[in-house]
Design a protein around this ligand. Sequence first.
Ligand code: SF4
Length: 228
Amino acid sequence: MRIGGIVPFTTIDYPGALAAVLFCQGCPWRCSYCHNPQLQSCLKPEAYDWAHIISFLKMRQGFLDAVVLSGGEPTQQSDLVESVREIRTLGFKVGLHTAGMNSEALKAVLPLIDWVGMDIKAPFDDYERITRIPQSGEAAKKSAKYILESGVAYEFRTTVHSELLSKSDLKRLSDQLLAMGAKHYTLQPFRSQGCENSNLSASYLHAWDEELLDELKKSFQTFLIRES
Ligand code: SF4
């Protein structure tokens, strides 16, 4: 595993659990609002070697409930399954944050995962506008389907920038999720911290459409707005 960063303690990255977050180095997508651009490069050397991570986690046994693999993109790591097994043997639950770009790697690791948070970038037929990668929506849709079929606890969540997703985009996106059988959905506002696109930071208007929020509250079993 190529780890580019660690958050040793968090209460917000795994629902209801005290967790550490391991940020994987490397992501092939180029979302314009990415707030971890330093983790995108697959060529950059890892900041921590795996032996260091394991000894760090051993010191946290009994204090933390879970370890969250985030990114970058964890499903791009060739030894993801083995690494998750190793974390589990230390007694931690494992959470996964993914954008779902590598559907088959996700499918392979899901049986070992306790909770997954998947970013849904846009309506599946309009992903490239956010990720700048052709056909990225097809991979994401397949990954969302695998998550729903797996029975693993999950959250689908969408980052909303007023210039990138309109009310009708969000409506179409949420309709696509509902048609697939999704029950848990969260919206989170764009964050300028870490984002290298100054135009996006300058043009962002933070405003929710109350009519849309009411509709989403009624449509999903769990619907949340995450402001931080
Ligand atoms: S998928 Fe995530 S890590 Fe990759 S570019 Fe997009 S926001 Fe950044």
